[in-house]
Design a protein around this ligand. Structure first.
Ligand code: HEM
Ligand SMILES: [Ca+2]
Ligand SMILES: [Ca+2]
Length: 311
């Protein structure tokens, strides 16, 4: 429902209350990206891990409390990094407009700007999200597929938030940047090498992941896209068609009869991919937001206000 108090998500929600908000976020992302290129991978991954889990409510950013283990501390969030830089963006926004801009909007807009930093499309996105007060580790697996999940489960999970098959195929193109740690890959290498893998790629993977049981603390990983690792482009689709997909879900995408035609089309047309990617990110970013008087505007992105302030 929409009414005067709650317009829901709208373009430029902060135009009266903090007109500089989107510019500040853009500048901060640019600055951070200059210093640490991999922050952009994190902003991009964040939008999936927050918005696909119940709501774009910044639940992902909350720390565990004495009572509750938070989402970011579970295995599904393995490898997520750079959360402290979200606080830098939040602080910059707070300096101009204290208490106005939600962490949920900062998370979504930083993903939007991260996508641009990585050479992807600019996606106009609405704002007006408010922050949730809880992060619940126990619901995570119900929303986020695992790296070796079947394509049926993956398509179902995304369908339940309104993202169709070409949308899913486009979103997984995010694995055109960043990395995957060996712990998530060794099932495809040991005790036997998955025969579906491209032998040239196997050699590289074995070199990067020499241990069947990697030390979880060791920083051993393979880049998701060896061709253009820093660029969010359609090279991912050429990789998976060439049997160089790292995770089982990446590989399944290229062979499943429901997704294969879209993979080919996206491998052949960067424009088609960018269009579908923008459409799917938009849907993801509008999943079940808290608007109006629901939720709160967090002072600090890693904790709900009640833990530090009396409202
Ligand atoms: C079936 C769905 C998906 C699964 C199972 C999945 C799983 C994973 C896993 C296991 C990693 C490696 C983490 C690590 O070892 O450090 C990863 C990395 C990544 N994922 Fe996904 N992912 C999925 C969909 C997505 C979507 C929809 C996006 C964004 C729109 C995304 C963005 C990323 C990015 C950017 C990285 C690299 C992160 C970094 O280098 O820090 N993923 N994903
Ligand atoms: Ca969430
Ligand atoms: Ca790439």
């Amino acid at each position: 429902e929409t009414n005067e108090e709650d317009p829901g998500l709208v373009m430029n929600f902060y135009k009266e209350t903090c007109p500089q908000a989107e510019d500040i976020i853009r500048e901060q992302v640019k600055l951070l990206y200059k210093r640490h290129k991999n922050t952009a991978f994190s902003w991009l991954r964040n939008i999936f891990h927050d918005c696909a889990v119940e709501s774009c409510d910044a639940s992902l950013l909350l720390d565990s409390t004495r009572r509750e283990l938070s989402e970011k501390e579970t295995d599904r969030s393995f490898g997520m990094r750079n959360f402290r830089y979200i606080e830098d963006i939040k602080e910059a926004v707070e300096r101009e407009c204290p208490g106005v801009v939600s962490c949920a909007d900062i998370l979504v807009l930083s993903a939007r700007e991260g996508i641009v930093s990585l050479g992807g499309p600019y996606i106009p996105l609405k704002t007006g999200r408010r922050d949730g007060r809880k992060s619940r580790a126990e619901v995570l697996e119900q929303y986020l597929p695992d790296h070796n999940e079947s394509m049926s489960v993956v398509l179902d999970r995304f369908a339940s938030i309104g993202i169709d098959t070409p949308g899913v195929v486009a979103l997984l193109g995010a694995h055109s940047v960043g990395r995957t740690h060996c712990v998530k890959l060794v099932q495809r290498l040991y005790p036997e090498v998955d025969p579906a893998l491209n032998p040239d790629h196997v050699e590289h993977m074995l070199k990067k992941c020499p241990d069947p049981i990697p030390d979880p603390k060791a920083v051993q990983y393979v880049r998701n896209d060896r061709g253009t690792p820093m660029k969010l482009d359609n090279n991912y689709y050429r990789n998976i068609l060439d049997n160089k997909g790292l995770m089982m879900v990446d590989h399944q995408l290229a062979i499943d009869k429901r997704t294969k035609a879209y993979v080919k089309k996206m491998a052949n047309s960067e424009d088609y991919w960018a269009k579908e990617f923008s459409r799917a990110i938009t849907i993801l970013s509008e999943n079940n937001p808290l608007t109006g008087t629901k939720g709160e505007i967090r002072r600090q992105c890693n904790m709900a206000n009640k833990y530090h302030y009396k409202d």
